[in-house]
Write a protein that binds this ligand. Structure first.
Ligand SMILES: Nc1ncnc2c1ncn2[C@@H]1O[C@H](COP(=O)(O)OP(=O)(O)OP(=O)(O)O)[C@@H](O)[C@H]1O
Length: 244
């Protein structure tokens, strides 16, 4: 089966710093790929290159076999590349419902979605993530875990084929982490492929079909969780210091 996403030899420089160096990957339809590595390894930069938030200095991103390098982020979102952000910025003046409706207005095939329909879709996704009873509330009334779920609902309302998740579980307790894992599994069951950045190693192992490890901007491993976690290079670069 051909890849849903392919990154070919992606490099990103910031002035003198090489944040990402010649990284390639593929992601198959329906797959969950975990992206791990120490702080500053280049994980968010890689997601930014895929979503179009940042341009690659070199290399190519293909989605459904088509190059998307030249497309701005909103065009990539309309093709079906959705994402969550590590630093969440809900729209403070809007209700929880309308924060998610914004996702529906700007997502895949979204140019003609009327507001009433966007709100209806938002309601469905808020129910899905377990925030159905908060829809008329304000986002600053949500708990930390609630804000993560809101971030997930906003991204899902864009009807992505590929969802890029940037540390959705950061700062959550073990019960909340298990709930997010369960939600992400349900997302995959709905036919959405996932690329997930996560520092919580136990969570990413149990969720991912495959793991890709970045270190100093370079890919140092890519394979099944078992093979990657027993790789001496990965143990030395990351797990030896970081395992939780
Ligand atoms: N806009 C930017 N300008 C300059 N340097 C940047 C920029 N964005 C990222 N960097 C640098 O690129 C490197 C990779 O950062 P990135 O955020 O991709 O790492 P990360 O693996 O996501 O880290 P973390 O786990 O801490 O979120 C870091 O050294 C970072 O300081």
């Amino acid at each position: 089966m051909s890849a849903l996403l392919e990154v070919r030899h992606a490099t990103r420089r910031f002035a003198g710093l090489i944040a990402l160096n010649d990284v390639s990957l593929t992601l198959a339809p329906g797959e969950i790929l975990g992206l791990i590595g120490p702080n500053g390894a280049g994980k968010t930069t890689l997601i930014n290159l895929i979503s179009g938030t940042l341009a690659a200095s070199e290399g190519e991103v293909l989605f459904q076999g088509e190059p998307v390098n030249r497309l701005p982020a909103f065009r990539r979102a309309r093709l079906g590349i959705g994402r969550t952000f590590q630093i969440m910025r809900p729209f403070p003046g809007l209700s929880v419902l309308d924060n998610v409706a914004v996702g529906a207005l700007f997502g895949r095939g979204a140019s003609k979605v009327p507001l009433t329909q966007a709100r209806e879709q938002a309601r469905v996704w808020l129910e899905f993530v377990g925030l159905g009873n908060t829809i008329s509330g304000r986002t600053d009334e949500l708990s930390g875990a609630g804000r993560r779920r809101l971030e997930l609902a906003k991204a899902l309302a864009m009807q992505p084929k590929l969802l890029l998740c940037d540390e959705l579980m950061a700062g959550l307790n073990l019960v909340e982490i298990d709930q997010i894992i369960d939600l992400l599994r349900q997302v995959r069951e709905r036919g959405i492929s996932l690329l997930v950045i996560e520092h919580v190693i136990k969570a990413i192992i149990s969720l991912s079909d495959r793991l890709l490890v970045l270190h100093h901007g370079e890919k140092i491993a890519d394979g099944t969780p078992a093979s990657v976690l027993s790789d001496p290079i990965v143990v030395q670069a990351y797990l030896g210091k970081k395992r939780t």
